[in-house]
Design a protein around this ligand. Structure first.
Ligand code: SF4
Length: 347
């Protein structure tokens, strides 16, 4: 029976150094391999040209490099690029490159499918198949960085964890991926340019604060009224807004970093004055910004974009208490790359 080989990128630099020492070689060989894997993005052991043939062969017989492959790439008429990425076990995740005049942003996935059940979201229909490994998250970023240079002549400037999956349900792997993205051996990107977006799991928000993370936090709020929020995001019935509020106060006390609330206004769901007033009240608890996001219906069911007047009522309410509010137009609609639309349709 053939033994399944381990992905070498699951090893830390120290573990790689130990591996070489245990195999009668010098520990610095571990540094060389680490550099090939992360800084130089080697896809095979044969690429590691400063290693002796015997060393490459030894690595080959012990490990694999599970790189993700771009399966299909679609470009929207607005310049948005969507990648469907094939993982080593055949599963597919999607990530998106969103260009604007001043920046290019990667929207990356953290799980295949999602653990949660937001009713407006196409990914939720896939259910969670598995968590992504740190290297699989990192590879999405590298693929988009390459495309950003190719199509827009500059490297990727920002990353948002708003693709498939709830990042805080894959906490350790997301943290490891961010460590790599921000390290000098990886992309050397400032954590201030990274935003992790959660559907709002209080215990994990507190953990982020305790772990003293330096990236930004966004919360998909969508309603500041428990009953309405539970209709939109059924799992949130287990996490009342009072608990979410407490965790965000804790986050701000520890990090002094503003929270961004992601909010969609849907017709007949939260397009009323009571919802506006509730959000305005919620926004007073913790320094914050609000992004009102244009919605892309995934079918002709319950969730449809509300009228412009409804959105304007939110803008007026939030501005009256000095909260910065932005209306985010959706990008990449024609290729199903917009918010809530990632569902592996091409896979
Ligand atoms: S919106 Fe995000 S958390 Fe909710 S089901 Fe979709 S991917 Fe999961």
């Amino acid at each position: 029976m053939e033994i399944e080989k381990k992905d070498i990128r699951a090893l830390s630099k120290e573990q790689l150094r130990d591996f070489f020492v245990a195999n009668g070689d010098k520990s610095f060989r571990g540094n060389q391999v680490y550099e090939w894997l992360w800084s130089k993005g080697a896809h095979s052991f044969d690429d590691m040209t400063n290693l002796a043939k015997g060393t490459r062969g030894m690595l080959e017989s012990n490990f694999v490099i599970n790189h993700i492959k771009v399966d299909t790439m679609q470009r929207s008429e607005d310049g948005t690029v969507k990648n469907a990425l094939r993982l080593h076990d055949g599963l597919v995740v999607e990530s998106v490159l969103i260009p604007t005049k001043t920046r290019t942003t990667a929207c990356v996935s953290s799980q295949v499918g999602c653990s949660l059940d937001c009713n407006f979201c196409a990914t939720a229909r896939l259910k969670r198949m598995r968590n992504l490994e740190p290297a699989e998250i990192y590879d999405q970023v590298i693929a988009i960085d390459r495309e950003s240079k190719l199509y827009y002549n500059h490297p990727l400037s920002n990353i948002v964890f708003m693709g498939m999956g709830e990042p805080l349900m894959n906490y350790n792997n997301v943290m490891k991926a961010i460590e790599m993205i921000t390290s000098e051996e990886g992309l050397g990107m400032s954590p201030k340019r990274i935003m992790v977006s959660t559907s709002g799991i209080p215990k994990m928000i507190k953990k982020l604060a305790d772990d003293d993370v330096k990236f930004k936090l966004a919360v998909s709020l969508h309603s500041a009224i428990d009953e309405i929020r539970a209709r939109i995001m059924p799992f949130s019935a287990n996490f009342p807004l009072a608990d979410l509020r407490e965790s965000l106060e804790y986050w701000y006390r520890k990090t002094k970093s503003k929270v961004s609330y992601e909010y969609v206004v849907w017709k007949g769901i939260n397009d009323n004055q009571e919802s506006v007033d509730a959000l305005v009240k919620f926004c007073k608890y913790v320094p914050c910004k609000v992004n009102l996001i244009e919605y892309n219906p995934i079918d002709d069911g319950e969730f449809q974009q509300a009228s412009e007047e409804a959105t304007n009522a939110y803008i007026k309410g939030l501005q009256s208490i000095g909260v910065v509010v932005k209306v985010r137009r959706s990008r990449g609609k024609d290729i199903d790359a917009a918010c809530g639309q990632l569902a592996n349709k091409e896979a």
